[in-house]
Design a protein around this ligand. Structure first.
Ligand code: SF4
Ligand SMILES: [Zn+2]
Ligand SMILES: [Zn+2]
Length: 312
């Protein structure tokens, strides 16, 4: 197959787009797609300072690479979740990426912050699945870092496969409140929140993998050990089968939802304006934000256990 743009020998074939690209044209194509999403969805402008959440995986590092290449002002944010060797290796990958390119990076380690709770401790003491504890903790620390650093935008590397799987899960259970918030740009609902954006929402996992490979970006290949049981993987698998028999399905699913259905849910679901958490001051819908409620729950359970052990 020949490159659709320059007619040289193609190195990659994208069935969903019925197009082939040589290496330089693919890198160009990929960056243009990202720029198009940024502009079309009004994610951010040239003057904005963007905080890029980087996990050490291919999507977030590819995102950081693209934003730099497109000339945006960025700082990386790595959150050490305390998930054993996986966290150590992903941190090393992020640090190697940023130092090789001389990019500013903020590193926060959950075990060293505030109450000093890493994801496995919280999951074990609250009997939550690790991803539920992790999600609440990540949201809190991302929001707090973006607010403290006075960033304009928080960007994450969620790709088309992530968004399609999340959409499928939300649709299967008709979770209207979740559908009301599933969009590539989430405007802040409180002065302490910043806009959240997903510039890769229309680029597939395969496309980001090819970009990462072509750019020679090193990343953590292993998945988080907690990802294995995640329902998201079942949805991704189902969507991959649909995509194989009908290329372009994932993109149509997400793109059309954002274009014509999302607003219906957003308008239908009334959103309260958050107040402020009594413990940390970040936005909250009750007296405590979900992170501080989680911390309180862990502390209460630990205190009860300690009291029981003393009494034993
Ligand atoms: S798989 Fe779950 S525990 Fe692991 S990083 Fe993702 S959300 Fe966190
Ligand atoms: Zn070409
Ligand atoms: Zn709080």
């Amino acid at each position: 197959m020949k490159c659709t743009r320059c007619k040289a020998k193609a190195e990659v074939h994208l069935r969903a787009h019925n197009a082939g690209f040589c290496r330089p044209c693919y890198v160009e194509y990929f960056r243009r797609q990202v720029e198009r999403s940024i502009d079309k969805q009004k994610m951010f402008g040239r003057d904005d300072h963007i905080l890029v959440a980087v996990s050490g995986g291919k999507d977030s590092l590819a995102l950081w690479d693209v934003l730099i290449a497109l000339g945006y002002r960025t700082t990386g944010l790595y959150l050490g979740l305390g998930i054993g060797g996986y966290s150590d290796r992903s941190k090393a990958m992020v640090e190697a990426f940023s130092s090789a390119r001389d990019l500013p990076l903020i590193v926060r380690t959950l075990a060293d912050e505030g109450p000093g709770l890493a994801v496995p401790d919280v999951a074990a003491s609250t009997r939550r699945v690790p991803c539920a504890a992790c999600g609440a903790m990540k949201r809190h620390f991302f929001d707090a870092a973006a607010h403290e650093g006075r960033f304009d935008v928080l960007a994450t590397g969620h790709n088309l496969d992530d968004e399609a799987a999340r959409l499928l899960g939300n649709v299967l259970r008709w979770q209207r409140d979740h559908l009301a918030r599933q969009r590539p740009v989430l405007e802040p609902t409180h002065p302490k929140f910043v806009r959240k954006v997903k510039p890769f929402y229309l680029l597939s996992e395969y496309e980001t993998a090819v970009y990462t490979f072509m750019r020679g970006i090193e990343y953590v290949v292993e998945e988080c050990p907690n990802a294995a049981g995640a329902t998201q993987l079942v949805y991704k698998d189902a969507l991959n089968r649909l995509e194989a028999s009908s290329p372009g399905t994932k993109q149509a699913f997400v793109k059309e939802f954002v274009r014509s259905a999302q607003a219906l849910f957003a308008n239908d679901v009334a959103r309260d304006t958050p107040g402020e958490c009594q413990a940390c001051g970040m936005p909250a819908f009750g007296a405590l934000c979900s992170f501080c409620s989680l911390v309180r729950e862990v502390e209460t359970k630990r205190a009860r256990r300690a009291a029981a052990e003393l009494g034993a």
